[in-house]
Design a protein around this ligand. Structure first.
Ligand SMILES: [Zn+2]
Length: 350
């Protein structure tokens, strides 16, 4: 964003280039049946149990809560990557409608996978197709190469081409997906979102935007992506841990500095701004912050700045720090009820 055209306390709307709105209810969930020892076990014991427990009602309030918290953090556009294997059909509409109600921009995709057999993969592809054919704002989602058969991967790529959209996919997040580079080389396009890239080699040969999710990567102990080494345009995502992008910017900066003392906040600010290549409209969204001036060097160390007002496509969606279109208290209360339902459903899934 060109800060010169803005007031000292303003930015454009921030972009979260990788989110999982279905995970908004997950915080505080019961501990897994045993302590995960690897990233693969974190997936198996936490996230792949959670996504199986979801129904469309839980998803609706999870998405509303996630969207609400995003605008409250100055984020005006989200790329969502969704999976709910026991509630696939219509799930992308539930997310898109929840975001429309709150007033935030969203790009939806369903993460296709063979984890639930060929029928699960087929239904995931169909949900992407249904949503895009209806004119939904979206991409084709793929969970990750390592959970997809080659036929599934190719079908998803073809579907994206048919609809003139990109593919949104986790790539080499952990060592389990180390082969992604070989599976995706020759398939990836500039329109793709390559999420994580932690274990991509420098000479990967892939094209697309690299979405860096530093806090998630640290939480999962998968290693540091050092995204600047990959030679791709970089954007920042949260991987479902909220959508507070200034927060993610600060974490990205701290993590980058941990391994390279010469990294500047300007470099990491460029990653944050990478989102505008994906959602140019967000440049014209406006966030008024509680402190000034907006300057990457100040923000990298500033932990108590918050949005006072947020405008998306000319409409005020946050005023005096509060959402204008929805009742925030109601969303938090309903989300808490659905979180209880989700947590008791989880007790029965192993
Ligand atoms: Zn993710």
């Amino acid at each position: 964003m060109d800060l010169r055209n803005l007031e000292l306390n303003e930015t454009s709307g921030l972009v979260c280039a990788h989110h999982h709105l279905y995970s908004a209810l997950a915080r505080g969930m019961p501990a897994p049946p045993r302590t995960p020892q690897t990233f693969r076990e974190i997936l198996e014991l936490v996230w792949w149990r959670l996504d199986r427990a979801l129904d469309l009602e839980m998803l609706e309030w999870s998405a509303k809560l996630g969207a609400l918290e995003a605008i409250e953090s100055g984020t005006t556009a989200i790329f969502d990557h969704h999976e709910s294997p026991n509630a696939i059909e219509g799930s992308l509409d539930v997310i898109a409608n929840a975001c429309a109600e709150v007033g935030i921009r969203v790009n939806c995709s369903y993460g296709v996978t063979d984890r639930h057999g060929p029928d699960g993969a087929k239904r995931g592809l169909e949900e992407n197709l249904r949503f895009l054919a209806q004119g939904g704002q979206g991409m084709v989602g793929i969970h990750a190469a390592f959970t997809c058969e080659q036929d599934t991967l190719l079908a998803a790529v073809e579907l994206a081409q048919q609809h003139g959209v990109g593919v949104h996919i986790h790539v080499a997040e952990g060592v389990d997906d180390i082969d992604a580079v070989n599976r995706l080389r020759g398939l990836s396009q500039e329109s793709w979102l390559l999420v994580h890239g932690v274990h991509l080699p420098d000479n990967h040969g892939l094209t697309g935007h690299l979405v860096h999710n530093p806090r998630s990567n640290m939480n999962n102990s998968v290693g540091y992506a050092a995204p600047q080494r990959l030679g791709l345009p970089v954007a920042l995502g949260t991987d479902g841990i909220g959508a507070a992008m200034l927060d993610e910017f600060r974490v990205a900066y701290a993590r980058a500095r941990e391994c390279d003392i010469t990294v500047t906040p300007e470099l990491v600010w460029e990653w944050l701004e990478g989102g505008y290549q994906l959602v140019p409209e967000a440049i014209n969204d406006r966030v008024v912050w509680s402190d000034e001036p907006i300057d990457p060097w100040r923000l990298a160390y500033h932990t108590s700045i918050r949005p006072l007002s947020v405008q998306i496509a000319g409409e005020v969606v946050v005023s005096d720090g509060a959402a204008t279109r929805v009742d925030a208290e109601e969303i938090r209360a309903k989300a808490a009820e659905q979180a209880k339902r989700l947590f008791s459903a989880l007790e029965t899934i192993y």
